[in-house]
Write a protein that binds this ligand. Structure first.
Ligand code: ZN
Length: 167
């Protein structure tokens, strides 16, 4: 965001507040170069969110990709599509509230796990067991699909509680 006075690109965000509908972000900024302070109203949807992968590469946040991996982890579980949309919203909102609008793929996984843990323990373990081992979301998705087709993977809740307590 350019300074309105000296046009420098280097501005610091002093305060960031999202509107109630989540569509606008009001930011109080200060220019590093001349110290000029100004307020911007930025539309959230126009500001992309970036994901930083484990290898350091940045790519635009892909909501559909996240929804696909969660859908696979939640196959045949009592987690609704609406709840998954809610998790995706939560991840996107969390990233958009950061000054640099970036979030690591690892942080996304942890946010998802935080919510899944409360929603459905089976989906949580499915997501966790493969999420942490993969750096590439595509590999991760393939592995989830493979596991979902494997009957041994469809454990009961008791099994999961037992295996969790061993960790
Ligand atoms: Zn300036």
């Amino acid at each position: 965001m350019k300074c309105r006075q000296c046009k420098s690109e280097e501005t610091k965000v002093l305060e960031s507040r999202e509107s109630k509908d989540g569509l606008t972000v009001r930011r109080r900024r200060e220019c590093h170069n001349c110290g000029f302070r100004f307020t911007t109203f930025e539309r959230s949807e126009e500001l992309p969110v970036y994901v930083v992968k484990r290898n350091g590469a940045r790519e635009p946040f892909d909501r559909q990709k996240l929804l696909r991996s969660m859908t696979v982890a939640c196959q045949k579980r009592a987690v609704s599509a609406k709840e998954l949309e809610g998790i995706a919203d939560y991840v996107e909102l969390t990233a958009s509230q950061r000054e640099d609008r970036e979030i690591s793929s690892q942080a996304i996984g942890e946010l998802v796990l935080d919510v899944l843990r409360h929603l459905d323990p089976v989906a949580y373990v499915r997501f966790a067991s493969v999420y942490r081992a993969f750096s590439d979301p595509e590999d991760f998705l393939r592995e989830l699909q493979r596991l979902a087709q494997n009957s041994r993977f469809n454990k009961t809740q008791d099994d999961l509680e037992n295996s969790e307590s061993l960790q």
